[in-house]
Design a protein around this ligand. Structure first.
Ligand code: NAD
Length: 519
């Protein structure tokens, strides 16, 4: 519910009506929330934010003539009244019949997770984990909303008082991929809304359902219309107009580097801000001194979890010469036991590939690796077990004897295909690990703390894990080096990516000298 009624509602309404008459167009922004609400209830204004024109133009909506800005709500209220409500909606238990029957906890997170599984075929356990975690982004960034503050400047000039303001960028477009739709969207939505921006989300054409379902929760949580918006469709038909829309000041994109490059070039023409979360070819480096059982699990989780359809897939496994044969044998033994099948079944470990083009691409890369001379150690075919039911399954596939200059070691496959590369020592491992155009993530498996520190310093990646893989948090900055992207999501600084700084100068006694000379 927008600003609540007060006892002197009639007085507020009368004052607002009088002001609206007097000040016509310039009246916008001068209303208090209570006045706006009074006019809205009277049907005299549409309670929309004109910053969302980007979305409204696209869907042919004509906005009301008078509106209040999302930014005009006090930050504390944006958090407590709206973001908190949203978080509670996602978490709240409520019966969802078919989930109750399957024994899954029934709340909106579970419902949204089930929708994502139907769309992208990833494991229910994986999507439930993500959806149950999403509320933390709204909790964390909601809490930061009223900690955004400027500073006073210790100026070097007498007679001035100066300070900075951190202001929201305005309308943000969030363009998201199909692999983890709502988690990746939340990484953008939560800081953007907390910063006072409004947002238009364009999910992937393959997996739009959960984002649309999520939009309904914003309505239920009472968000003013126009603050959170969803447009669906293909990249060129809907994504491009959104990127080029004059009111959109920032494009926060997650997807392939090919699309990212197109968007970044378009955005640059209009000096728009961008955040680019792109692909990867992440090295997972196992030294002989590591806990090898844990490292095998790390290698499996790095590439076969989520059927390899994750930007942080550890798709290049670098194994030290001295343990290469025994480690690879152990790894193949574990990977061989991975159960493929229905992603809704809790026993399934590897689900299908999400889309037909992706399915074809993964099989094509398997052919490429064979032609390049890599040794096939496991899999290498479409999943043909009865549990796969003729779906787009690809067997967990492992290639050994991969050279780092092969395409299979350099290009993102985005499927369950692992390339294993040998290395001699630390220096060799670093050389190979960094010899790739991507730099999203990397991992090191070692029991030597000195080595862990040296490697984490020298690996060219936005995230480095030591003795673990695929760990993420709303607290830990996430983003790419090199072709893996620009900007950072998550963590305390990510909210700044939705703000712009203004310096305000106040003359507190400086006397104007020569007007033709800079002060
Ligand atoms: P994609 O680039 O094909 O599509 C991503 C989004 O961009 C979709 O919504 C699509 O409709 C839209 N799009 C496509 N062309 C567009 C255009 N010209 N203008 C505007 N929008 C356009 O990516 P995908 O196949 O959906 O996702 C897989 C890719 O995403 C992989 O490369 C993966 O590594 C990357 N990814 C990165 C991260 C990260 O955080 N770095 C996370 C997940 C996925």
């Amino acid at each position: 519910m927008p600003p609540e009624d007060t006892a002197d509602h009639a007085a507020i309404l009368a004052r607002a009506q009088a002001r609206a008459k007097e000040e016509s167009a310039s009246f916008r922004g001068l209303l208090t929330p209570a006045e706006t609400w009074a006019l809205f209830k009277q049907g005299e204004i549409a309670l929309v934010d004109t910053r969302t024109l980007a979305e409204r133009d696209l869907v042919g909506y004509v906005p009301g003539s008078i509106a209040i800005e999302w930014y005009d709500y006090p930050a504390k209220r944006r958090n407590e009244r709206f973001l908190t409500q949203l978080r509670e909606k996602v978490e709240a238990d409520r019966p969802v019949a078919f989930l109750c029957r399957s024994g899954v906890r029934s709340n909106d997170a579970a419902k949204l997770a089930a929708t994502e599984v139907r769309d992208n075929g990833k494991l229910l356990a994986e999507m439930l984990g993500q959806l149950n975690y999403i509320p933390q982004w709204f909790y964390y960034y909601g809490g930061l909303a009223d900690k955004i503050q400027g500073t006073t400047l210790p100026l070097d000039k007498k007679g001035y008082f100066a300070f900075t303001r951190n202001e929201p960028l305005g309308v943000v477009a969030a363009i998201t991929p199909w692999n983890s739709p709502l988690m990746l969207a939340s990484w953008k939505i939560a800081p953007a809304l907390a910063a006072g921006c409004t947002i238009v989300v364009k999910p992937s054409e393959f997996t739009s359902a959960s984002t649309l379902e999520f939009a309904a929760l914003f309505d239920e949580a009472g968000f003013p219309p126009g603050v959170f918006n969803v447009v669906t469709g293909f990249g060129n038909e809907v994504g491009t107009p959104l990127v080029e829309h004059p009111l959109v000041r920032k494009i926060s994109f997650t997807g392939s580097d090919t699309t990212g490059r197109i968007i970044n070039e378009k955005a640059a023409r209009h000096f728009k801000h961008t955040a680019m979360e792109l692909g990867g070819k992440s090295p997972n480096v196992v030294f002989a001194d590591a806990d090898l059982d844990q490292a095998v699990f790390g290698a499996v989780s790095g590439i076969f979890a989520a059927t390899g359809q994750t930007c942080i897939a550890g798709s290049r496994l670098l194994v030290q010469d001295s343990i290469y044969d025994s480690f690879v044998e152990k790894l193949v033994g574990v990977a061989r036991t991975a159960r493929m099948g229905d992603p809704m079944d809790p026993a399934t470990q590897v689900g299908p590939v999400t889309t037909p083009p992706q399915f074809a691409k993964v099989l094509e890369y398997i052919d490429v690796a064979r032609q390049e001379g890599a040794t096939l150690l496991l899999g290498g075919q479409r999943g043909n077990a009865p549990e796969c039911g003729g779906g787009w399954f690809v067997q967990p596939t492992i290639f050994g004897d991969v050279r780092n200059d092969m395409r299979i070691a350099q290009e993102e496959v985005f499927g369950p295909v692992l390339s294993i590369i040998r290395f001699k020592d630390e220096e060799d491992a670093l050389r190979i690990a960094n010899d790739v155009r991507f730099g999203l993530a990397a991992a090191v498996w070692t029991s030597d703390i000195g080595r862990a520190l040296r490697m984490s310093e020298k690996l060219q990646a936005g995230t480095v894990w030591v003795n673990t893989y695929r760990a993420i948090s709303y607290l830990a900055p996430f983003g790419g080096y090199k072709d893996s992207g620009l900007g950072r999501e998550n963590g305390i600084d990510a909210i700044r990516e939705y703000l712009q700084v203004k310096s305000v100068w106040i003359n507190s006694g400086a006397v104007a000298g020569n007007p033709f000379v800079m002060r």
